[in-house]
Design a protein around this ligand. Structure first.
Ligand SMILES: [Zn+2]
Length: 346
């Protein structure tokens, strides 16, 4: 739902440099990569085109390429205990394999996402935008003295399951900060979307093709034919929140996969409250309020009113809270934006 923001080209370059530097034991890993890569070439010729010779390059491949690697690897249908599969798991050690030769990189990768200089938006889950995620500094006194650290309260999800394809376990553009619910066993867990390659390459917040924000619109669908009053909250059962994907139906796959419609409807009061505010405070009402504040009568409406526009804007901001939710990354921001869309007829 929320596209990952890696900043401008210069920032992205710096991010990638910092990210590949997290790889420890790099020479040894590169040597192993050389051997395993050749075994993959023997199984499938396409790998010669897909897999970079440098392991570090694989860590910063664009998501569209990772999706291609993932799909090609899946066609090998290697068993879980397959030799090559296990050797790849050992090399791409996000978490440490039993008796594995290489250190796990999960801690340093999570720290990378938490580092303020890297500029990641860790506020709400990138999949659902319902749940807040965070990290915080803590200090505790133990017998051996004071201990300080940073607690993590979010998951770093591998969009493409690293268990099925270890090749994508250490890739920057396969990682998304999410809430434990979206990443939990009942939703994402180890599931991967059932999609074709084109859809897969698009349907990830890390993909440069991802455009959920413009291709999907959240709206309130009346469930009865004639709506007789605008007391939305008093008639909650007459409405349903819906995700409109007319412009690109592929996004239905993502909406279904994360149960967004079901989960959002549980909180539909958020949308109904905004719809009610929108009906109550029309543009003309707000202009009228601004006039009262500026102490100018209706007859003077054609004359320039000092500060009037500023006050109109201020009232709108205060009532609807859209700018606040944008600037401070509050949850349900897309819902708020879509329901309050002021271009839809008002
Ligand atoms: Zn979530």
């Amino acid at each position: 739902m929320i596209k990952m923001d890696y900043g401008d080209a210069e920032h992205r370059k710096k991010l990638e440099e910092t990210f590949v530097a997290l790889l420890d034991d790099a020479d040894e890993r590169q040597k192993t990569w050389g051997k395993l890569r050749k075994r993959l070439y023997n199984l499938k010729n396409e790998f010669k085109m897909l897999l970079p010779t440098q392991l570090k390059k694989l860590m910063i491949l664009p998501y569209t390429k990772l999706a291609e690697i993932y799909d090609t690897y899946a066609t090998l249908r290697l068993a879980e205990k397959d030799d090559l599969h296990l050797a790849l798991k050992e090399l791409f050690s996000y978490t440490k394999e039993k008796g594995g030769r290489f250190n796990a990189l999960s801690d340093s990768i999570i720290d990378f996402f938490k580092n303020k200089n890297n500029g990641f938006d860790i506020h709400t889950c990138h999949y659902c935008d319902m749940t807040y995620i965070n990290y915080f500094q803590y200090e505790e006194v133990t017998k051996s003295g004071k201990r300080r650290g940073i607690r993590t309260q979010f998951d770093l999800d591998h969009v493409l399951d690293k268990g099925r394809c270890p090749l994508v376990a250490l890739s920057l553009y396969n990682l998304v900060p999410t809430c434990p619910t979206c990443n939990g066993p009942h939703i994402k867990g180890k599931r991967v979307m059932d999609v074709n390659l084109n859809q897969r390459q698009k349907l990830s917040p890390t993909s440069n093709l991802y455009d959920f924000d413009n291709q999907v619109k959240i709206w309130l669908r009346p469930k009865i034919e004639r709506i007789t009053n605008m007391d939305f909250l008093k008639h909650m059962d007459d409405y349903e929140l819906d995700f409109d994907t007319l412009s690109d139906a592929d996004y239905d796959k993502e909406i279904d996969f994360f149960y967004l419609k079901e989960r959002y409807n549980y909180h539909k009061c958020e949308a109904l409250r905004l719809a009610e505010l929108k009906v109550k405070y029309t543009s003309s009402k707000i202009i009228e309020m601004a006039r009262i504040i500026c102490n100018t009568g209706k007859g003077e409406q054609n004359e320039p009113i000092p500060f009037a526009n500023m006050i109109i804007e201020q009232i709108r901001r205060d009532i609807f809270g859209l700018e606040f939710s944008n600037e401070h990354h509050r949850s349900f921001h897309k819902l708020r934006k879509d329901i309050l869309d002021f271009n839809d007829g008002e």
